[in-house]
Design a binder for this molecule. Structure first.
Ligand SMILES: Cc1cc2nc3c(=O)[nH]c(=O)nc-3n(C[C@H](O)[C@H](O)[C@H](O)COP(=O)(O)O)c2cc1C
Length: 158
């Protein structure tokens, strides 16, 4: 199995989980970055990011390499924004022919909304997710139980 983790992270929680999953699965990492970074502090962080998510925007991304043929598994990782997937994930899906045999996803959140966001992701992708994982701020609120959840997610995909 060759897996790719495609993720966006504003403040490091999703990046933390992506790194652990990559270690466990020997997966490659592709971090998406918008050309114009979202504000990452104060009320503007929630207003801009929240509006962008609700409006289902597709912000332009910094250049990246993606070879769809190289992977049989693509795992998406994102922070839940306003009960939705984060916009850079939408851009990536729009820009690429998604040919992988299977898709999975993990979401980081502070409270709730991941279930709805996974539904939006499936609608964008046009494919079901074979496995999902929800984590509550795994970097900001570290907990060995969250690391075990990540490992169980990896075991299910391995
Ligand atoms: C614009 C914005 C909207 C958010 N909306 C939600 C939400 O709807 N539900 C939730 O539980 N957390 C929400 N959060 C919190 C993040 O999803 C959460 O802290 C996540 O772990 C951050 O991941 P990151 O560090 O990879 O950016 C929101 C955060 C931001 C910045």
């Amino acid at each position: 199995m060759k897996a790719l983790i495609v993720y966006y992270s504003m403040s490091g929680n999703t990046e933390y989980a992506a790194g652990r999953i990559a270690d466990r699965l020997g997966a490659d990492l592709l971090r998406l970055e918008p050309e114009k970074a979202y504000p990452d502090s104060g009320i503007r962080k929630f207003l801009w990011g929240g509006k962008s998510a609700v409006m289902a925007e597709e912000p332009r991304l910094k250049p990246y390499q993606f070879d769809a043929e190289a992977y049989d598994t693509v795992i998406f990782g994102f922070p839940v924004w306003a009960g939705n997937i984060t916009p850079p994930i939408r851009t990536f899906i729009s820009e690429n022919e998604m040919g992988a045999a299977r898709y999975a996803a993990f979401a980081c959140q502070g409270g709730s909304g991941a279930g709805k966001a996974f539904g939006k992701l499936q609608a964008c992708l046009g494919h079901d997710l074979v496995k999902t994982l929800v984590l509550i701020d795994p970097k900001d609120k570290p907990d060995p139980a969250k690391d075990r959840q990540i490992d169980a997610f990896c075991n299910a995909l391995a």
